[in-house]
Design a protein around this ligand. Structure first.
Ligand code: ADP
Length: 537
């Protein structure tokens, strides 16, 4: 067989050659809608590669981005990796000190950023030790009259100054292509470095029918940001299948998203559960329906079954529950039925689909006890989830030691696996509630609360207890205008879970804090309620 390295550039070249007129539509930071095609994007990515070389970038250099989902960010994905540079997407929602730390750790040579982040970058610049060029991702008309940044460059001008006479280089497919940092809830963030090979294989696998099932007939709007594990690989898998792409830019509120879904005829999307909370609230309040939106991947944190039901029953949107992490590029498992499930009653099918799902080929998993012994796949035994595969890291950036244990990557999640291979996350190991030596799944408690019609969002956390060590406390945000009492909520648990697992108390709050990737920040809640006195203590 021919020997052809798996190059990220080949995804875009393929899209330009075979789906050249398919559109990429972006709602820009500047406020308007921008449209062009894969053919245009490939040409501009080539010009960008030329421009970066002209700025002095050499193979392996990191190019940082602080940017929303948009076509310029898409060009940077390909223009950097495609030319042997490393694309470093940075989460702008992190604390500024963390952002500076990450940029210095990655030694970014160029920093590209959207207009939104100009004030942030101006503030950070004095701390950035390696950045030689600041590039504002906009056109000449939107360049600021004044800035403290030295020699600020205009992205469009850089690109347009080149002639595009550039051939994508071929090199070892194991070369680093991009880097993402985990959000580092404990200690400093850690860099996960992806390669051309791992990225292309992940793109192949994630487009499969039992994964995201993407095809050329799809119109894909990734709500998940391009700075959150490469928008779960969609910028690559969409090019692979030739799907139309719709980028929402910074406009992530329910109204803006809904309008874009409708005007661009979006069929498929992906995002964390909190995003759908916002969109669903808007759609419900305005009594709207989706005319083309049919499927969505929800992951990043446990998707409450109540959300899956609302999307399916009320809006005809099929939910694919997925589990993954930064260290896995990110896809690990997705929930789809097998042929043997076809004739099961819908309720039983749903219980299967509510799990985090089966691995896709390319990933393998196991659950182990604390001594590393494999536990049975009986859907009951829960243990430490470990994984291995073509797109799982074997070490963190700049780390000499490997996190692997006997060749497996420890995910830090606790899970069960049933005899059919469906994995269900019980908890992140640090979120488990340990009551009298028994474990209570915070996710189970949250899922039940989320099924109550008056609950907007719920987090279950461990509270210190003199007798039981820890007991569950439920923190709840009510839906606007809805009433529900502590007693009603506790009663709602009866019959749904063992009595001793029912939370000891409920507190109502206006808002639950979220991490930079939109997940409930339970660590912060635990700190907030560290001295909370449970009833009877
Ligand atoms: P960050 O902490 O930066 O958000 P990741 O996005 O890599 O990092 O988070 C990965 C973690 O998110 C997993 O280890 C797991 O705890 C959690 N997670 C992801 N998807 C799911 C899911 N479908 N259900 C439950 N937890 C999930």
């Amino acid at each position: 067989m021919m020997q052809m390295p798996l190059m990220i550039s080949s995804l875009l070249v393929h899209a330009a050659r075979h789906n050249g007129d398919i559109e990429i539509v972006s709602k820009r930071v500047e406020g308007d809608i921008h449209r062009y095609t894969y053919r245009d994007a490939e040409l501009r990515a080539r010009k960008l590669a030329q421009a970066l070389a002209r700025l002095g970038c050499e193979e392996g250099d990191r190019v940082g981005t602080l940017a929303w989902n948009g076509y310029r960010h898409f060009e940077i994905y390909y223009g950097t990796s495609g030319s042997g540079l490393v694309c470093h997407t940075i989460n702008p929602r992190l604390f500024p000190e963390q952002i500076a730390w990450i940029i210095n750790d990655a030694e970014d040579r160029v920093l590209c950023f959207d207009l939104t982040f100009l004030p942030l970058v101006e503030k950070l610049a004095p701390q950035l030790r390696t950045v030689q060029h600041y590039v504002l991702m906009t056109d000449r008309a939107h360049m600021p009259a004044q800035t403290s940044l030295p020699d600020l460059k205009c992205y469009d001008e850089l690109v347009e100054a080149e002639n595009g006479d550039y051939a994508w280089p071929q090199f070892d497919e194991n070369t680093a292509s991009s880097i993402c940092y985990t959000s580092g809830t404990t200690g400093n963030p850690k860099g996960a470095v992806y390669s051309h090979r791992s990225t292309v294989l992940h793109a192949y696998a994630s487009a499969l029918p039992d994964a995201m099932a993407c095809g050329g007939a799809d119109v894909i709007l990734p709500v998940v940001p391009m700075f959150h594990v490469n928008a779960w690989g969609i910028p690559y898998s969409a090019a692979l299948v030739g799907a139309k792409l719709v980028f929402p830019g910074p406009h992530l509120d329910g109204k803006s998203l809904y309008e874009l879904f409708e005007t661009e005829k979006v069929t498929f999307s992906a995002g964390v559960p909190t995003v759908w909370l916002g969109l669903l609230t808007y759609v419900k309040e305005n009594k709207l329906t989706f005319s083309t939106f049919k499927r969505t991947v929800i992951g990043g944190s446990a998707c409450p079954p109540a959300m899956i039901r609302t999307l399916e029953d009320d809006y005809g949107v099929n939910v694919i529950h997925a589990w993954g992490m930064t260290e896995l590029s990110p896809l690990g498992t997705l929930s789809k039925l097998k042929s043997k499930h076809a004739n099961l009653p819908r309720e039983e099918q749903r219980r299967i689909l509510e799990k985090q799902g089966k691995v896709i080929y390319g990933i393998d998993m196991e659950i182990t006890d604390d001594n590393g012994n494999a536990l049975p796949w009986d859907g009951k035994a829960s243990g430490n989830l470990v994984v291995r595969g073509h797109w799982v890291i074997d070490r963190y950036f700049r780390s000499d030691s490997s996190p692997l244990q006997n060749g497996w990557f420890p995910t830090g999640d606790v899970a069960t696996i049933d005899p059919d291979g469906y994995m269900q996350i019980t908890d992140r190991s640090k979120d488990v509630i340990k009551s009298g030596g028994e474990w209570i799944s915070s996710i189970d408690l949250e899922n039940i609360a989320m099924a109550h019609p008056a609950v907007h969002e719920a987090a279950a956390i461990a509270c210190r207890h003199p007798k039981w060590d820890e007991r569950p406390l439920l923190v709840v945000v009510r839906k606007p205008g809805q009433e529900v009492t502590r007693e009603e909520l506790l009663k709602f648990y009866e019959g749904k879970i063992a009595k001793w697992q029912i939370p000891d108390d409920v507190v109502f709050v206006d808002e639950i804090p979220h991490t930079a990737t939109g997940k409930m920040q339970k660590l912060k809640l635990r700190e907030q309620f560290a001295n909370y006195k449970l009833p009877g203590t």
